[in-house]
Design a protein around this ligand. Structure first.
Ligand SMILES: *Cc1c(COP(=O)(O)O)cnc(C)c1O
Length: 374
């Protein structure tokens, strides 16, 4: 047990393990999928409606609309909130590209502001300097499942007359002052990409809101702007949710709180075991993070990553290139050095494995290997 050869032969620790999750809930999932196949109702319909109600209730919003992806959720929520070509939307450069793509899909321009060093979310103190007469909305991202500073962001939104929209694609079940991410702004956008805390078996997403006009608009836009079968009230899209995805999500939603609790336990175990060794994400008093990602921070990121890979521990980087430096967004003309907090985070963050099916032994092995490196 003590020699390194034995340790090397230990099974790999993956960043996530969707197969282990499936094995734990297989009968429920198989039954749900069979039910949809037998019903021959594959798109929208009763299964999707049931999921919309259950998911909105989970988030604590009045209404929910199922769509085809998180990107579609963002795109349609921006449109439903009145974002139009020529408008500007303030957002963070430290996120997945879909956040900015959705702004472009709506014809608007993303305007980046830097992140806070600790939360890695949009820094509310920088909003004022980014507001112009064309600013229409703030698109806030709860990065890694850690809620952004919503009080200050909503306050800034109110002061400048901007709609606050939440990209909660990594934050299913995360809480801010006792309210869940996605229920705090005008609209909350979720992704159910398979690896998310609540993941479908394919692409899917949702928009939640307390404002019925927003969800009604999203509901029309996702389905060709339909009113009746062949009456199209507005020009829309095909951004509908599949019934099989809804059925899978309904099963998984029943387990989500338990899974998120386990993620928090793992995060606490990491923080304990890595205290004094490497910088870990800290929880703000007003938040309960969902730990979609657990990212430690070190200037020796690449070295640590290679070492852990060699030790059978898979890691990730969320995200290595901030959006303002992405080739696809070069036309926005941001320069390197413009957002120092986001740029440094992009160079130093390393995501450790965190998923609800991880055992304490696996977590301890990761801790042990990280300690060994330092
Ligand atoms: C996953 C993700 C998205 C996009 O979701 P898709 O379902 O893949 O389209 C958007 N924003 C963030 C922050 C994400 O993590």
């Amino acid at each position: 047990m003590t020699n390194t050869l034995k340790k090397r032969r230990a099974p790999k620790i993956p960043l996530m393990d969707l197969d282990a999750q499936y094995r734990a809930i297989q009968p429920e999932i198989d039954e749900a999928i069979q039910r949809v196949i037998k019903s021959s109702g594959f798109i929208l319909g009763k299964e999707v409606e049931a999921f919309e109600h259950e998911f909105a209730a989970f988030v604590g919003s009045k209404h929910g609309v199922g769509v085809s992806s998180g990107t579609a959720a963002l795109h349609l929520a921006l449109l439903a909130c009145g974002v139009r070509p020529g408008d500007e939307v303030i957002t963070t450069p430290l996120t997945f590209i879909a956040t900015a793509e959705a702004v472009r899909h709506a014809g608007a321009l993303p305007v980046f502001v830097d992140v806070e060093q600790d939360s890695l979310c949009l820094d509310p103190s920088l909003i004022a300097s980014a507001v112009t007469p064309r600013t229409k909305a703030i698109l806030v991202v709860h990065l890694h499942g850690n809620p952004a500073a919503m009080d200050a962001i909503l306050e800034a939104g109110g002061r400048y007359g901007l709609t606050v929209i939440e990209d909660a694609a990594q934050a299913h079940g995360a809480e801010y002052r006792g309210r869940r991410a996605g229920s705090l702004g005008a609209a909350g956008c979720f992704s159910f990409f398979p690896g998310k805390n609540l993941g479908a078996y394919g692409d899917a997403g949702a928009v939640v809101s307390n404002d019925r006009t927003i969800t009604d608009t999203v509901g029309r836009l996702r389905d060709h702007g339909r009113r009746g079968k062949y009456e199209h009230e507005v020009e829309g899209f095909n951004h509908r949710m599949d019934a099989i995805q809804a059925a899978v999500l309904r099963v998984k939603l029943r387990h989500l709180e338990k899974w998120n609790r386990r993620r928090r336990e793992i995060a606490a175990r990491y923080r304990n075991g890595l205290r004094g060794v490497v910088a870990c994400p800290q929880e703000r008093r007003e938040t309960v993070p969902a730990y979609h990602v657990f990212a430690v921070r070190t200037p020796r990121r690449e070295e640590l990553r290679a070492y852990l890979a060699d030790q059978g521990v898979e890691t990730g980087i969320h995200y290595p290139i901030p959006l303002h430096l992405q080739p696809a967004l070069r036309f926005l003309k941001y320069e390197a050095g413009r957002f120092p907090a986001a740029e440094q985070a992009a160079q130093q963050l390393l995501s450790l494995p965190i998923h609800p099916d991880m055992t304490d032994e696996q977590v301890d092995r990761v801790i042990d290997r990280v300690r060994a490196f330092f």
